[in-house]
Write a protein that binds this ligand. Structure first.
Ligand code: URA
Length: 235
């Protein structure tokens, strides 16, 4: 791919704007040699104003989603994309969230521009585990663990029961839930089905991926070996 297209696709500007950047000599190799719009080069060796180029297509990000931001591209209010460099929103192929977290849910969110990966992760067949910490408005009754594990729980308005899910209880109103599906508002609706209400919800893990020391609002790019751990069971 010609450099002008590659760099425009990474959100640095329109092709016309990027062509100007070439004319101004702002785009160079790692050795400082000026590059031209029609050149092709290894993205790892390209510098813009002396800075390394953003990661090429195949990008996977882990974000520690804070409360109050939405996974949409165009909702009113704060979006997860506002937490990333503005350029990332202009990339082509576009960066999408792998599944969604509600505005009032915090924690581990993955984003990628790799459509194939996205579909492999959210495919029900993959049964990728999602682990949530929940605090509840009412005391647990004691029957939830068995009910959630049964594979018979039917959510309001649905026609197929939920796959078995694992509930670990830590206190009267505190639990960790592992699910392998991604139905709409699934965790909140599961507890609602037992007469309870989720007060706080945080996603701790997707597969074997955890947030580590990533602070709320922080993000990092993942290498291929780390991404592969999404298909492993949680630790
Ligand atoms: N389940 C929910 O209810 N909300 C989320 O954000 C994720 C899972």
């Amino acid at each position: 791919m010609k450099l002008v297209k590659l760099i425009a696709n990474l959100g640095y500007g329109s092709r016309k704007q990027v062509a100007w950047m070439f004319r101004e000599g702002r785009i160079t190799g790692a050795d400082g040699e000026v590059l031209y719009a029609d050149d092709s080069a290894d993205p790892a060796h390209i510098r813009i104003d002396g800075e390394p180029l953003d990661p090429p297509t195949g990008l996977v990000l882990m974000l520690n989603k804070p409360l109050g931001v939405t996974c949409s591209r165009k909702d009113a209010g704060r979006l997860v994309y506002d937490l990333l460099p503005p350029r990332y929103r202009l990339r082509d192929p576009a960066l999408s969230t792998i599944g969604r977290l509600d505005r009032d849910t915090a924690g581990l969110l993955l984003l990628t521009d790799d459509g194939g990966l996205l579909h492999r992760v959210i495919s029900p067949k993959a049964e990728v585990a999602k682990v949530y910490a929940a605090t509840l408005a009412e005391d647990l009754r004691g029957t939830e663990t068995e009910l959630f594990a049964s594979g018979t729980l039917m959510l309001d308005g649905e026609t197929t029961p939920l796959a078995p899910a694992r509930l670990e209880v830590f206190g009267p109103r505190s639990a960790r839930l592992t699910i392998t599906e991604g139905r709409y508002h699934q965790v909140r609706r599961m507890f609602a089905a037992t007469g309870n209400r989720v007060e706080t919800l945080t996603r701790l893990a997707v597969g074997a991926l955890t947030l580590g020391d990533l602070a709320p609002g922080g993000w990092r790019a993942l290498d291929a070996g780390t991404v592969a751990r999404v298909f492993d069971p949680p630790a």
